[in-house]
Design a protein around this ligand. Structure first.
Ligand code: SF4
Length: 254
């Protein structure tokens, strides 16, 4: 029985229990979550525990290939019920892009356009992000991966709350471990503060490199903030130049 079937069965049993007890259907905050092997996200085995010599019988891809592992993570995200955002989302948004990225961009969470499409950064802010990346020869088609701190949309575009970020963080952690980007770019305060475990605002965090799991991390303004305030364009451009220079120096070192 797969996770979706288990969830359906659990919902049915809850409903039957309500009717047998007193005939009153109780509202539940969110549905039970079942993951592969019934693990919670922090201990999700995903594809990391498979025998590296085994191959997928249909594609003949080795089981430890980034393609199959990201597919496993995406499936776990789409089946996830670990926080209340699962009940209000239309689509989970695992992330997309190159599987051996130079840069991994991390935003805070999906907005309305992303929730509808299941893809990250596709609204006006996403179009601006694509332009910003293109200005330093980066793109999600070739050398960037785009993801968010939380994979389901917080209602009304509010910031994800700390419990939602904590519940979702294992997925991002696994994506970073699998993709091993050369540099991480945090777009906005929420991603910057939570990835780096810092409290300062984005104005303090931008413009210098930090480190996460030995990967250099640069923070800059979220494209939505730049759309609201044009004066942020220049400092954001300075950040992008810094990012390009770091990439160039790491390419020279390689
Ligand atoms: Fe699961 Fe993350 Fe979606 Fe919450 S936001 S339901 S933890 S995938």
């Amino acid at each position: 029985m797969n996770g979706e079937e288990k969830t359906t069965l659990a919902l049915f049993l809850d409903l039957a229990g309500d009717y047998l007890k007193d005939g009153y259907k109780r509202d539940r905050q969110y549905t039970p979550g079942f993951f592969p092997d019934d693990a919670v996200p922090s201990s999700l085995p995903l594809a990391y525990q498979v025998d590296e010599d085994e191959h997928d019988e249909y594609t003949n891809e080795p089981f430890d290939s980034p393609e199959l592992k990201t597919n496993d993570i995406d499936t776990a995200i789409r089946n996830c019920r670990a926080c209340a955002l699962a009940t209000v989302k239309k689509n989970a948004v695992p992330g997309e892009g190159a599987l051996h990225p130079l840069v991994m961009v991390i935003g805070e969470g999906p907005g309305a356009d992303e929730d509808s499409s299941g893809r990250p950064f596709v609204g006006k802010a996403g179009q601006l992000l694509d332009k910003m990346l293109a200005s330093i020869e980066l793109s999600r088609e070739t050398n960037c991966f785009i993801a968010n701190m939380v994979k389901c949309r917080p209602p009304g575009n509010r910031d994800p709350d700390p419990s939602e970020i904590t519940a979702c963080f294992p997925f991002l952690k696994q994506q970073i471990a699998l993709l091993r980007p050369r540099i991480i770019l945090c777009a906005g305060r929420v991603a910057a503060q939570n990835l780096l475990s810092k409290n300062q605002g984005i104005n303090s965090l931008r413009g210098e490199f930090f480190s996460y799991e030995n990967i250099p991390v640069l923070c800059t303004f979220h494209p939505s903030a730049i759309l609201r305030d044009e004066s942020l364009k220049r400092p954001a451009w300075e950040d992008l130049k810094l990012l390009r220079a770091k990439l160039n120096s790491s390419e020279n070192d390689a």
